[in-house]
Each structure stands twice: as structure tokens, then as C-alpha cells.
Design a protein around this ligand. Structure first.
Ligand SMILES: C[S@@+](CC[C@H](N)C(=O)[O-])C[C@H]1O[C@@H](n2cnc3c(N)ncnc32)[C@H](O)[C@@H]1O
Length: 213
């Protein structure tokens, strides 16, 4: 489902800073060579993630769901000088490609890429995060939020992608992933420890700020 008029979308993209040459290539190669390329954040969302990261200047970012590395590179652009992003993905088939992209980016030293199940890796992380991007399997969004919440500083931010799930959150008869997203959105809306705004950017980004323990 497209949420906004095609012409408005084009106009918005024309007034968004272009992708770097590397990001453009990752975007193109992902579409040509990798399964499910729609999972990639893309031009506009990527620039949004970069801007958010620049606003926060995080020392620690956690990304759950690296895929081909596009969004990790966008967020890494805004890291504090001593900053680091930990990005996790379970798909080992993408590892060689992703490591090559990270090496080319010139930001490799700031990227800690872990291949494995985020449900097992997050509890082992001894870090305090300023920014978390939840973008892995929809079924586990609530679990990722619960696993990471105590590791986010008060005043820190979490972003959750695909929370409109192509508009399926409005439908009555829902599948497992849609139900998980609906439940996640309701859980965040009812959590007194956070403030949140659901932005209808691309497939929906739930923007969350931790306000108390
Ligand atoms: C939507 S894609 C991520 C897109 C990427 N953040 C971007 O914007 O370009 C979701 C990724 O989550 C990964 N994933 C799914 N289940 C996972 C799990 N349990 N632990 C870690 N990664 C997982 C998938 O392998 C897939 O690459």
C-alpha cells in the first residue's frame, strides 16, 4: 500500500538530500541481487535516520536487523566522535556482502556487526544505548523492546520500523505478524515510561523516548 500520493512522494524525495554513492550502490545491488529488497530502508527513510542520529549524536546505537547494512550506515553518520553502533542480524548468508560494504564506508571501526539471533545477543550486551532501531522479525518486536529497555538511558530513543505494516494494522482479520505489530503499538501507547509518536513515513516509524525507569 502506498500511503501518500505518488507525486507528493516524488516531490518529497526531490527535496531530500541524495544518497551517497555507496548507499546508492547498496540500494541498487540489494534490489538486483538480494531476496526481499523492500526490507531496505531506502533513500528518504535513510536520510531521516541519519538526521535523527545527528540530532542525538549517540555514543551507543543498537540496531536489531542489519539486512544489507543500509540503515546501519545511515545511523553511523551521526555517531558521536567516540561513538559505536552494534548491529545484529541472524542471516549469515549476507555477512560477506555486509562486511564489504562496512569496510568501504570508512566507518568500519565504529561498527560492531554481530551475526546471530538478537534474542540471544541483546542480553549479553553490557552497554547503555542512546538510540535503538528495532527492524527485525515483527513477531518479536515486543520482546526486543522488553529486552533492551533497561539498557536505554533515560532520555534515550527507540525507533521501530514498519509499524503500519502496509496498512494491515487497520484490517480486522489479521495474520500473525500483523497481530504482533498491532499488539506492539498498543503496548507502547500504554507504557507510562515512554513518550511516543507514530510517524507515517514509508511503512510507519514509531518514535519512542524513554522518560522513566
Ligand atoms: C527489515 S530487514 C532490516 C532492514 C535494515 N534495517 C534496513 O533498513 O536496511 C530485517 C532483518 O532482520 C533479520 N532478523 C530476523 N529475525 C532476526 C533475529 N531473531 N535476530 C536478528 N536478526 C533477525 C533478518 O535476517 C533481516 O535481515
Amino acid at each position: 500500500m502506498e500511503f501518500i500520493d505518488e507525486n507528493i512522494q516524488r516531490y518529497a524525495e526531490e527535496h531530500t538530500t541524495p544518497e551517497s554513492a555507496l548507499l546508492k550502490r547498496i540500494n541498487r545491488e540489494t534490489h538486483a541481487q538480494v531476496l526481499r529488497p523492500r526490507m531496505l530502508s531506502g533513500h528518504m527513510q535513510g536520510r531521516f535516520l541519519s538526521l535523527v542520529s545527528h540530532m542525538i549524536q549517540p555514543k551507543r546505537i543498537l540496531e536489531i536487523g542489519t539486512y544489507t547494512g543500509y540503515s546501519a550506515l545511515c545511523m553511523a553518520e551521526g555517531l558521536h566522535a567516540d561513538g559505536k553502533i552494534i548491529t545484529i542480524d541472524i542471516n549469515e548468508e549476507l555477512e560477506t556482502r555486509v562486511r564489504a560494504y562496512f569496510s568501504e564506508s570508512g566507518m568500519n571501526a565504529k561498527i560492531d556487526y554481530r551475526v546471530g539471533d538478537a534474542r540471544a545477543i541483546i542480553p549479553t550486551l553490557n552497554e547503555t544505548f542512546d538510540l535503538v532501531f528495532i527492524d527485525a522479525d515483527k513477531e518479536n518486536y515486543a520482546r526486543y523492546f522488553d529486552l533492551v529497555f533497561d539498557k536505554v538511558r533515560i532520555g534515550g530513543f527507540l525507533l521501530a520500523d514498519n509499524v503500519l505494516w502496509s496498512g494491515k494494522v487497520l484490517q480486522g482479520n489479521v495474520d500473525k505478524d500483523t497481530k504482533a505489530i498491532i499488539d506492539f503499538n498498543a503496548k507502547i501507547q500504554n507504557d507510562p515510561r515512554v513518550e511516543n509518536a507514530l510517524l507515517p513515513l514509508r511503512d510507519g516509524i514509531l518514535t519512542i523516548r524513554k522518560v522513566s525507569l
